[in-house]
Design a protein around this ligand. Structure first.
Ligand SMILES: [Fe+2]
Length: 260
């Protein structure tokens, strides 16, 4: 559900429905406390004043930040484990390899083996080990752009669980943060760290987007990474917030790939 758009509320997984007040409370904590601290840490790591980073992610200034509550399973059978036919069709993947589009993605560690991340060094996916009560934080492509590539986007996928967990239902609770709608998606200005590392230059010198334009461009394939070997050609990553065409593509798209 989009945080700034009441109309876009989506149906939540049935098992969460009775617990939505508590769930919202926890997710608001993730957003207002955990995410805030991540932004402060980001500022520290870039040797920037906190305000420079915090002001780029002001509460209410991003129309596309959102929570997502997902049951990974068969939609046809009420989120039960996948049928054999669905397993074949999905090639063992609940979600093929991809990178998220925003700044941070924050989710709860799951006791069901499913999430894997790509090791940039070896080019292979690795399991994300479950740590009870822990949060998993993924870096999105937006943050990669904002840091000139210093923080690479987390490439990840969700596979169907191993046989001994196949009957369990995996429910994901996510918060996706994004920069202010009008924030210019360039390396954070004035960072001594980015300057020292030579990462203070745009990743894509030919296009300068606002966060809104960047998101819209992403929806049309911009910066689509080339790692997606397990995804059939022609399919596009679908972002789950409401695609209501509020934004228009402001600039021509270019071909762009993340280099490992
Ligand atoms: Fe993702």
């Amino acid at each position: 559900m989009l945080l700034n758009d009441k109309v876009a509320d989506r149906e939540v997984p049935p098992m969460l429905k009775p617990y939505m007040p508590e769930t919202r409370h926890i997710m608001n904590h993730v957003r207002d406390v955990v995410h805030y601290k991540l932004l402060v840490l980001l500022a520290m790591s870039l040797e920037l004043p906190e305000k420079d980073v915090l002001s780029s992610h002001l509460p209410g200034a991003c129309s596309s930040e959102y929570y997502r509550f997902v049951s990974y399973g068969s939609v046809q059978s009420g989120y039960a484990p996948l049928t054999e036919e669905e397993k074949v069709k999905s090639r063992g993947l609940f979600m093929p390899g991809h990178a998220d589009w925003g700044t941070f993605s924050i989710l709860f560690s799951q006791s069901i083996a499913a999430l894997q991340v790509l090791d940039y060094q070896t080019g292979s996916f690795k399991w994300v080990q479950h740590v009870p009560y822990a949060l998993v934080v993924n870096i999105g492509q937006g943050l990669e752009v904002l840091t000139g590539g210093l923080y690479k986007a987390t490439i990840h996928r969700v596979v169907t669980p191993p046989a001994d967990q196949a009957s369990k239902l995996r429910v994901g609770l996510f918060y996706f943060s994004r920069a202010n709608d009008d924030h210019i998606m360039l390396p954070m200005a004035g960072s001594p760290v980015l300057k020292r590392l030579g990462l203070d230059k745009p990743l894509d010198p030919d296009n300068t987007f606002t966060a809104t334009e960047f998101l819209e461009a992403k929806k049309h394939g911009y910066m689509k990474p080339d790692f997606d070997h397990d995804k059939p050609k022609g399919e596009n990553h679908v972002d789950m917030f409401r695609a209501d065409d509020r934004y228009e593509v402001a600039k021509p798209l270019v071909s762009y790939e993340i280099k490992a």
